[in-house]
Design a protein around this ligand. Structure first.
Ligand SMILES: NC(=O)c1ccc[n+]([C@@H]2O[C@H](COP(=O)([O-])OP(=O)(O)OC[C@H]3O[C@@H](n4cnc5c(N)ncnc54)[C@H](OP(=O)(O)O)[C@@H]3O)[C@@H](O)[C@H]2O)c1
Length: 278
């Protein structure tokens, strides 16, 4: 079984540094099979969200796996239409109900939008859930430094995690520096750039050949060696196993440096400053 490293969050909770993302995994059989395959391959972190519409399947696979609940780290997220205090508390209950679980390990504010800036109110609700010991850790997603600064003006609890789009073509140095200063762990979403151009980049393919690894494994290893938490999505059993098979080799400092210099500030997802979906 693969030995996945853990990171310690600022509230002393430990979290696997690598896990499965399930955005766009269909509710029912598809997501259940993906989670089950991942758990069999050694994954112990699953990242879902209310808006993904697949919390029930995630929960079913976790229960059916027979693995003790406390050995699996489950993340879900509060959607943008639920930032009012009472609505946010109810949304947490609804996520637990769909998952069939009685607590989450990590609950995130999914986006700092809509632009009515209700997220500090949503954060108060997450702080209440945390104070009541109904969730082990709380955090945010898609927050830039200015969103975090605003949140920190009124926050009593510092977010443990900020989950953001991050891959070799979008390295997010400013947000990473800000998070490091505030002991907030950065979690990379779309870490493979959604199987985009990064996997064909000659720097990546050349390093892959040198290590007898795939381009995806090189990119995921780069996240790990940068201290980032990483949650590639796959519903394909062989790619699920391929993605976790990254703990038996090291990228050299020179290889890390070559990938570090691939940054083009190139997003494939929405920019939190302009996203306006509800
Ligand atoms: N907080 C947010 O706003 C937010 C936004 C986006 C994503 N996320 C989270 O981050 C997770 C990952 O991000 P993502 O789904 O956007 O993108 P990703 O993990 O970078 O890429 C997923 C895509 O890559 C393919 N793939 C996976 N492993 C591969 C491999 N070894 N070789 C070639 N192709 C491979 C997958 O196809 P197959 O399934 O066919 O393998 C899928 O099309 C999501 O599932 C979600 O949990 C969060």
């Amino acid at each position: 079984m693969t030995d996945i490293p853990h990171v310690k969050l600022n509230n002393d909770v430990t979290m696997p540094q690598f896990g499965l993302g399930v955005w766009q995994a269909e509710e029912g059989g598809e997501v259940e099979r993906a989670v089950m395959t991942a758990l069999e391959a050694g994954y112990r972190l699953i990242d879902t969200a209310a808006i993904y519409g697949n919390e029930a399947g995630v929960g079913k696979a976790i229960r059916d796996s027979g693995i003790p609940r406390e050995e699996i780290f489950v993340t879900s997220k509060l959607w943008n239409d639920s930032h009012d205090y009472d609505t946010a508390l109810a949304a947490y209950d609804a996520s637990l109900e769909r998952l069939g679980l009685d607590y989450l390990d990590l609950y995130l504010i999914h986006w700092p939008v809509p632009a009515d800036n209700k997220y500090p109110e949503a954060w108060r609700a997450l702080e209440k859930l945390y104070a009541d010991k109904r969730v082990r850790a709380i955090g945010v997603s898609n927050f830039k430094p200015h969103h975090l600064e605003k949140l920190l003006q009124t926050a009593e609890v510092i977010p443990t995690v900020n989950q953001i789009e991050l891959h070799p073509k979008l390295q997010q140095r400013e947000t990473r520096d800000f998070c490091a200063q505030h002991e907030i762990k950065v979690e990379s979403y779309s870490p493979l750039m959604r199987a985009g151009e990064v996997l064909q980049d000659p720097v990546i393919t050349e390093i892959a050949e040198a290590h007898h690894k795939t381009p995806a494994q090189i990119v995921l290893r780069w996240h790990i060696q940068n201290g980032l938490i990483v949650i590639p999505k796959s519903t394909n059993p062989s790619r699920i196993r391929e993605n976790v098979d990254i703990f038996d080799f090291h990228l050299t400092d020179a290889e890390m440096e070559r990938i570090n210099s691939m940054d083009e500030d190139k997003r494939i997802g929405s920019d939190p400053d302009t996203a306006n979906f509800k």
